[in-house]
Design a protein around this ligand. Structure first.
Ligand code: SAM
Length: 388
């Protein structure tokens, strides 16, 4: 190659760099303009220069966007743009997990709860709930069944039951670990003192799910009773991460009082925490709670959030939740097509399932664990996926 050619190449590269920098300046300018003018100008500009689709590629590449752009993805009525968002998210899930959908065997160990969260069907104040608590032996039987069905992870979830002492849970975890050394044990038992989290980890638990529910402290206070605080929830999540748990968090989508800006705050919170699992599902009302008459969350917004989260966190485990399947017959399938890679079939004894009604019309209340797993397996097969 002649010197002249090399000089031309250098020159071209420099011009290209200037053009890219110029493009970034223009974009930043319009994002600021968007913030100032409430969105309209940005929209027109995007349509004009055909930049809308570039946003999705940028989200995939840079794993983040400006607040205004995230907001736009959540409210946009551009069907083409949203179809592309889900398509790219699904593509990224396939790059990371292939055609595998991971199963987690959910065991609902107690519906006693000392808390009075305004949205939750098993809140302490709901006197209509028939309460139950599984014994250690019953939990182990659920695990036996789960093992026989091929589950590699057991998720022990429950209300904040005061009878679940540090020692009792520790003993259950230790026994599961002893019997199934190769399984993952996930706990989802709410906010506890640091010492409990530490002892359960030492006994063999390796993952913990604790949704932050909303990253807006004022909104958190609207959803929870006095005595519960956003600060404490965040503190618990940080402790769990520090101890070494694979940590899961997430929010309810469309909970009463939630705004689009709150959802952007949720995305930022998750971006900062970098959890290994992200569980989000639509809010579904329960007839015996203060939110009985509130509208359910949107399936569509939940799907968009799954897709955005998949692009922001390519390797995170993101379930297609039961609440999504409750509000839309094919909700879980749609979740997978938007980038989810986990399902959580129920291993709890059928006799107690109906009592763990967090919201109305919860699905899979009557199916035995085996049937439940088989039904999901078949659905996945039709879609070209397999359950692991
Ligand atoms: N006590 C544990 C905790 O607080 O994390 C686990 C049990 S709690 C019932 C599990 C999750 O159920 C909550 O994090 C919440 O997001 C979800 N949930 C409760 N009520 C709901 C509702 N009405 N609609 C949708 N999800 C709900």
């Amino acid at each position: 190659m002649s010197i002249c050619m090399i000089l031309r190449c250098i020159c071209f590269a420099k011009v290209l760099k200037i053009v890219i920098t110029f493009e970034k300046v223009i974009k930043t300018f319009f994002i600021i303009f968007y913030e100032l003018k409430g969105g309209g100008v940005w929209n027109i500009f995007c349509i004009f220069v055909g930049m809308k689709y570039d946003v999705i590629d940028r989200l995939r590449r840079e794993r983040s966007l400006a607040d205004a752009e995230l907001r736009e993805l959540l409210v946009s009525e551009d069907k083409g743009l949203i179809a592309r968002l889900k398509e790219v998210a699904c593509e990224v899930a396939r790059e990371n997990f292939g055609r595998e959908i991971k199963s987690r065997g959910l065991i609902e160990i107690s519906n006693y709860c000392k808390n009075n969260c305004l949205y939750c069907g098993i809140r302490a104040g709901n006197a209509k709930v028939e309460r139950y608590r599984l014994s250690k032996e019953e939990i182990l039987e659920c695990c036996e069944q789960g093992d026989a069905l091929g589950f590699k992870t057991f998720v022990l979830q429950g209300g904040e039951d005061v009878r679940h002492t540090t020692e009792w849970v520790e003993d259950v975890v230790r026994e599961i670990r002893r019997r199934w050394p190769e399984k993952a044990i996930t706990l989802s038992l709410g906010e506890r003192p640091d010492e409990d989290y530490e002892r359960w980890f030492a006994a063999g638990a390796d993952r913990y799910l604790l949704r932050h529910e909303t990253a807006n402290a004022c909104h958190y206070a609207q959803l929870h009773p006095e005595g519960m605080s956003y600060e404490n929830r965040v503190r618990c999540l940080q402790t769990l991460k520090r101890i070494g748990y694979e940590t899961g968090t997430g929010m309810m989508v469309g909970s009463p009082g939630q705004t689009v800006d709150d959802l952007v705050m949720d995305l930022r919170f998750i971006e900062q925490l970098q959890p290994q699992m992200i569980g989000i599902g639509p809010f579904v009302s329960h007839r015996d709670t203060p939110f009985a008459d509130c509208a359910n969350g949107s399936v569509e917004t939940t799907l968009r959030l799954i897709a955005i989260l998949r692009l922001m966190h390519p390797k995170a485990n993101i379930p297609a939740t039961t609440s999504l399947g409750t509000l839309a017959t094919d909700g879980r399938e749609q979740g997978i097509m938007a980038g989810a890679n986990v399902v959580m079939p129920n291993l709890s004894p059928v006799k107690d399932r109906k009592k763990y009604a967090l919201y109305d019309n919860k699905i899979c209340m009557d199916l035995e664990a085996a049937e439940s797993r088989r039904a999901i397996e078949e659905q996945l097969k039709v879609m070209g996926y397999y359950l692991s």
